[in-house]
Design a protein around this ligand. Structure first.
Ligand code: NAG
Ligand code: NAG
Ligand code: NAG
Length: 247
């Protein structure tokens, strides 16, 4: 009886959903300039986007991150929105960081023009903003090397590598959709000790920067400077990866 019932359900499922069957709507990659197993995207530096904006989720296990005293490692889940302008050297991140002990909401701005970064965090329902020397390198497509074709699910990708990042401590792999050269996934591996890895997925990718996010809010323009002891008690509530910024 059970078997008949499941056969019936399967028959209904297959007959109603034939139009969704996989395989029929695969993209015909032959119409692209380069055939499968040949690099399609970023064949010259002129074809790099001038910036991009995207939502993202990053999972890090001991992944490297830069501090003013060199790289350190941290494990965390981070999600948010990333906005990058390569031409103007501007970076904006709206993030939620959970390192297992603390969940922190914050915003980050990096400006290569004046080598300044701003980090705004919410502690105890209050927003704070700190001006610091820029230590985060603005992610870019420099030195991308095509490795091979790759499939993410069934999406045909160009796989690129970017080596010796973070001052020679991290190698990165980027997966880019062959149909429109959008960034869809990235992963890093520590080439120092301890070993560490990060994996990022990108959602709602747009191949241009949104300039509106590079305007600093008033709280960052005239940041009230908390006393050192107040600052220390604030920092104690934040994940290590934020504590290690140059406060
Ligand atoms: C750095 O540049 C940004 C963008 O132009 C600007 O908003 C910020 O006020 C500058 N900071 C300093 C310290 O010059
Ligand atoms: C990074 O490491 C590679 C390979 O070990 C080496 O050839 C290169 O000189 C290093 N670069 C820097 C900037 O230290
Ligand atoms: C956060 O709020 C708690 C409870 O109101 C208070 O005890 C603590 O001192 C506050 N911490 C900071 C850093 O303001």
């Amino acid at each position: 009886m059970k078997l008949i019932l499941s056969l019936l359900i399967m028959t209904i499922a297959f007959s109603c959903c034939k139009s969704f069957s996989l395989g029929n709507n695969r993209i015909d990659y032959s119409k692209f300039e380069n055939q499968v197993n040949q690099q399609q995207c970023f064949t010259s530096s002129g074809s790099y986007p001038t910036g991009y904006s995207t939502s993202y989720v990053t999972l890090s296990f001991n992944g490297n991150y830069p501090t003013s005293n060199g790289v350190q490692q941290s494990s965390f889940l981070e999600s948010g929105y990333l906005d990058i302008d390569f031409v103007g050297g501007q970076l904006f991140v709206d993030f939620l960081l959970d390192d297992g002990n603390t969940k922190t909401k914050g915003k980050f701005w990096g400006f290569s023009g004046n080598s300044t970064q701003y980090v705004s965090v919410n502690v105890n329902e209050t927003d704070y903003c700190f001006e610091q020397p820029l230590i985060t390198s603005v992610p870019n497509f420099n030195g991308l090397k095509y490795v091979s074709d790759f499939e993410l699910g069934t999406v045909q990708c160009d796989m690129f590598e970017q080596n010796n990042l973070d001052g020679n401590f991290t190698n990165q792999i980027l997966l880019v959709d062959k149909t429109d050269c959008s960034l869809i996934s990235g992963s890093t591996i520590n080439i120092n000790s301890p070993s560490g890895y990060t994996l990022s997925n990108f959602y709602y990718y747009t191949p241009s920067a949104d300039q509106t996010f590079f305007q600093l809010p008033s709280i960052c323009l005239n940041p009230p400077q908390p006393s050192r002891s107040k600052l220390n008690s604030l920092l104690a509530k934040l994940p290590k990866i934020i504590q290690n910024l140059p406060f």
